[in-house]
Design a protein around this ligand. Structure first.
Ligand SMILES: [Zn+2]
Length: 239
């Protein structure tokens, strides 16, 4: 029987807000509703640590306690390389945005196998140069990462991410935002309290590179159990 892909849930997003007198902040949206289709979720399992993360010594600081599991467990990738599509920006003077996207992917590639694929192909993570839509907040969003869960043609629970970063900014802020949001898309679903980390909750004057704390946190995320990558025991297709 040929199954079609179908979505389990709506969109969940982490967004970086633009300036205000209170300082920038991001908010974590509520968990998706996985029960509405009477779906029997697969059990959460731990996967072997990717070699690039296993190399990181199990010591040193992290901010793992700030990372939120979602309904399906931790939001980590279970197949590698993780494919990243960079949608060509409509407006990108001197290719600033495109270059920043390629660099952000290269920086995280130190820690996880990533592969840039043709933007016309399906991808695990899609990077878009757009003005994020702002439905629930009055302040303009600067960048946003969201994910969707779906069941693939083999009946396996999977997710995909969408990263949106505004084009009209200085190069260092575009790169800082793409680096930060890619960190969310790779599994750090939360924020660091320190401005020296790429996953700090606010935009800073000089966005820092990926820190040792960021890397330590990512390693700990990939040590956690998740339901992603597992077959659903009983699938109840729509219709
Ligand atoms: Zn964030």
């Amino acid at each position: 029987m040929k199954r079609q892909w179908w979505f389990l849930v709506g969109m969940v997003a982490l967004g970086l807000m633009l300036g205000s007198s209170q300082g920038n902040w991001e908010s974590l949206a509520g968990p998706p509703n996985l029960t509405r289709d009477n779906i029997q979720l697969p059990p959460a399992v731990r996967y072997p640590l990717p070699p690039s993360l296993a190399k990181i010594p199990r010591q040193g600081e992290d901010y793992f306690e700030a990372v939120q599991p979602v309904d399906v467990g931790y939001l980590l990738w279970t197949q590698f390389p993780v494919t990243v599509a960079i949608d060509p920006p409509q407006w990108d003077p001197n290719h600033v945005w495109q270059a920043a996207a390629v660099q952000a992917v290269a920086e995280w590639s130190v820690y996880l196998p990533l592969e840039i694929v043709d933007p016309g192909r399906p991808a695990n993570i899609r990077l878009l140069s757009q003005r994020p839509t702002d439905q629930n907040h009055r302040r303009a969003r600067f960048a946003e990462t969201s994910y969707e869960l779906f069941v693939d043609s083999q009946g396996v629970l999977r997710h995909r991410c969408r990263v949106v970063v505004r084009p009209s900014q200085a190069a260092k802020f575009v790169l800082g935002a793409l680096r930060h949001e890619l960190g969310h898309a790779l599994g750090i679903w939360g924020h660091s309290p320190l401005p020296t980390d790429a996953l700090y909750f606010a935009q800073v004057a000089d966005p820092p590179p990926i820190s040792q704390r960021d890397a330590n946190t990512l390693r700990r995320v990939y040590e956690q159990p998740t339901r992603l990558g597992q077959r659903l025991s009983e699938l109840t297709p729509h219709g």
